[in-house]
Design a protein around this ligand. Structure first.
Ligand code: ADP
Ligand code: MG
Length: 706
């Protein structure tokens, strides 16, 4: 087989479908290229003439590579991407000849009808104008799919009155804010050479693969992305044999194709492995600047779904596709670094002497403690509610893990106002003469922390697999920018900088040390301890939503020009609305599956049993086991039917509730428990009923037969 497998040249493949800087440099007149670079670096607008030149070069490259269409690719508040394709076809001339057209105007501005995207009241159908604007800092790329080759232009999406209707615009705004405020901090420490501070993000993406034919037999997977019924398979993840296990051939073939597609798109796919749950896997790319990483993560998710189909599988990105085994997250690794290569989160050999690092750390602790509710909100969605706090993912309580070394430095600072030593990593002796001894990190890992320091970055682990990185990263940038700004305000005005900065670090660390926690985040003790410390424990998305519009949040986001109060209110509204709609779809799906598939199948089984009972009696045999089964099945059928009736009644009531917020809370408090009440007897029936009669594939079929 290895002979027949085609060899690939990654260096040649990489970025083939991207209109990279080097392709632009080659295709554009020098002056125009310089103007483009200037706008990328410093902002501002490209002149119409330059835009025309860029558009022509971009179109020529795209057409040469087979593109027939172009699209402004944007990220509305659905959390996924949107695209409306236009062909390059233009009006034919008198001789009937058609020249492919694409102008600077087509490149820079698009005008999709905004009325059908969620806007939380910012838009209504009678004033549907929305604009997409080219994000010049994220390169155009070619997408190869069933529709052929399409030139995709990454854009931001705003309303006629300038409100952001997408996830990209606020992210870009937050990147500006963190740049400005972080530069102020650097200048205070005498750095005059760095010109920009960038937020970098590496998003580890978890996903499940299931057999396509089996997927298509389950309405719950089709409509909701997760299973709403299903008894646990005899084997789950308890043997811990899947994690990092040998990758199965079929999955490996999928990963190979996925990597190639991603490399062509310039996505630096790096790491792949099996995850904890059966049929669960992970892909991690190399980190990039935040907006690019966010775009690329969207491409990762989209490409995973597309490639899975070619392999006769389906990719599930839902945060909790299966009950009883781990769900999927998206760890957002975040750090700050300068254009000249300084990572602000790098402690160096002696963190206790690195005042700049300690100030940055103190500001981050302050930011996370002050805005724990916002951070929690930024990682919430309906699916993620099933994961956070479920003893497999970070708890719903936000805390920071620093590791032994830094925690010790913080302790010294808090206790004595200064720190003069640090714990060394030391050497790990392997005890085998032919194996090398290994230099240990000063800190072990902690997998249960939602916001963990991991050497030169923080890893925000709460984010759900299906979510965009945009909201969490916008929030982290914003809250840290605020802390930097307040610190800079004070330090710029200080007479004695050295003294002032020491005092500030100690003050912030003392005041905000309650956010630091290195123990087991899954434990019951932590719940109690967190409550004692006064840390918020917000269980669900809709309870987290109001964090967006507190006075503190509005002040934060308005000060740094990231969201207006109106935008925040609209986003809160969308959360309630989306929540209610999502649960509504889940309920309708359950009604269908229980009412039209499960119960009829169980009733057929009951009838078979009843006939057997009669036949055996007639034959003079006492049908003890049959009667026992029949009784059990019958009583579970009754239980399920009663639960279905109650759920139907509650669903009807939900539909009559006018306000989105009230409706959402009704779904959470009243409807969700009734869904669980319906699932329980159905799953118990699954364990009893003849496997051949069960109307759809089971957990076993889905997770162990890829
Ligand atoms: P893990 O063991 O948690 O999977 P890795 O070392 O594989 O950690 O890194 C996970 C992700 O963190 C990768 O996407 C990597 O590129 C990213 N990463 C590494 N350094 C940084 C950094 N300085 N800023 C942001 N992300 C980073
Ligand atoms: Mg990780």
């Amino acid at each position: 087989m290895s002979e027949t497998r085609e060899k690939i040249n990654v260096e040649e493949l990489y970025g083939r479908n991207v209109f990279t800087l080097s392709k632009m440099r080659a295709a554009l007149p020098k002056k125009v290229y310089e103007n483009v670079r200037k706008v990328m670096e410093e902002g501002g607008d490209l002149s119409r003439r330059d835009a025309d030149v860029v558009a022509k070069a971009m179109k020529d490259w795209a057409v040469e590579n087979g593109a027939t269409h172009y699209t402004h690719w944007f990220q509305p508040l659905t959390g996924i991407t949107a695209e409306k394709h236009d062909s390059f076809v233009s009006t034919p001339d008198d001789d009937g000849r058609m020249l492919m057209g694409f102008s600077g105007k087509d490149l820079i501005k698009g005008e999709p009808d905004a009325s059908s995207f969620p806007s939380g009241g910012l838009r209504s159908t009678f004033e549907a104008r929305g604009y997409t604007a080219w994000d010049i800092t994220s390169p155009a790329f070619l997408k190869e799919s069933g529709t052929g080759v399409t030139l995709c232009i990454p854009t931001a999406f705003c309303s006629y009155t300038g409100e952001a209707l997408d996830k990209k615009t606020p992210l870009l705004r937050s990147m500006q804010a963190i740049n400005t405020q972080a530069l102020r901090i650097l200048r205070l420490f005498g750095n005059t050479t760095s010109r920009r501070v960038r937020a970098s993000v590496g998003a580890e993406q978890e996903y499940f693969l299931v057999n396509r034919d089996k997927y298509l037999q389950r309405q719950d997977l089709i409509f909701t992305g997760r299973t709403l019924f299903g008894a646990a398979a005899p084997k789950g993840q308890e043997m811990e044999d899947h994690y990092f296990g040998v990758i199965r051939e079929r999955v490996g073939a999928f990963m190979k194709d996925l990597n190639e597609e991603l490399w062509k798109l310039g996505v630096p796919a790096k790491t792949q492995h099996n995850e904890v749950a059966p049929a669960q896997h992970e892909l991690a790319p190399i980190y990039e600047e935040a907006n690019l990483a966010t775009d690329h993560n969207q491409l990762v998710m989209e490409t995973m779904k597309r490639i899975a189909i070619y392999h006769n599988m389906r990719c599930l990105l839902h945060e909790k596709p299966f009950e009883g085994v781990n769900g999927s997250g998206k760890h957002n690794n975040w750090s700050l670094s300068t254009d000249d290569g300084i990572n602000l989160l790098e402690p160096g050999a002696s963190p206790e002497q690195n005042t700049q690092f300690l100030l940055v750390l103190a500001c981050i602790l302050k930011a996370v403690d002050t805005h724990a509710d916002l951070l929690r909100q930024s990682a919430s969605d309906v699916g993620n509610d099933l994961r956070l706090g479920a003893h497999e993912a970070p708890p719903a309580i936000v805390s920071v893990f620093l590791g032994q070394q830094l925690e010790d430095v913080v302790r010294q600072l808090v206790e004595t106002g200064s720190a003069d030593s640090h714990i060394e990593g030391g050497v790990l002796r392997t005890g085998v003469s032919t194996l090398p001894d290994i230099n240990k990190d000063a800190t072990d890992r902690n997998r249960t922390s939602p916001f963990a320091y991991t050497g030169n970055k923080f890893e925000f682990r709460m984010v759900g697999a299906a979510d965009s990185c945009a909201s969490p990263i916008t929030t982290i940038n914003a809250i840290v920018a605020e802390a930097f700004c307040e610190a800079a305000d004070r330090l710029e005005a200080a007479e004695d900088f050295d003294q002032a900065v020491q005092a500030l670090i100690t003050e912030y660390m003392t005041r905000h040390q309650r956010i630091i926690f290195s123990g087991n985040g899954y434990s019951e003790e932590w719940l109690a301890e967190a409550e004692r410390r006064g840390l918020p424990n917000i269980a669900t998305t809709i309870e987290a939503a109001s964090a967006l519009t507190t006075r503190k949040a509005v002040r934060l986001f308005e000060t740094f020009g990231i969201f207006t109060e109106t935008e925040l209110a609209s986003r809160e509204e969308i959360i309630y609305d989306t929540y209610a709609k999502t649960i509504n779809i889940e309920v309708l799906t359950m009604q269908d599956m229980a009412g039209k598939q499960i119960l009829p199948a169980c009733m057929r089984y009951a009838r078979n049993l009843a006939e057997t009972v009669l036949a055996l009696r007639e034959a003079g045999v006492e049908p003890a086991a049959e009667v026992q089964r029949l009784t059990a099945v019958n009583s579970l059928i009754n239980e399920a039917q009663a639960a279905l009736d109650l759920l139907t009644e509650a669903e009807d009531r939900a539909g009559r509730i006018a306000g989105a917020r009230e409706r959402a809370f009704f779904y959470k408090d009243i409807v969700k428990p009734l869904m669980a009440d319906l699932r329980t007897p159905c799953d118990r029936l699954e364990r009893i009923v003849d496997k051949r009669m069960w109307p759809f594939p089971t957990y076993e079929d889905l997770m162990f037969e890829v």
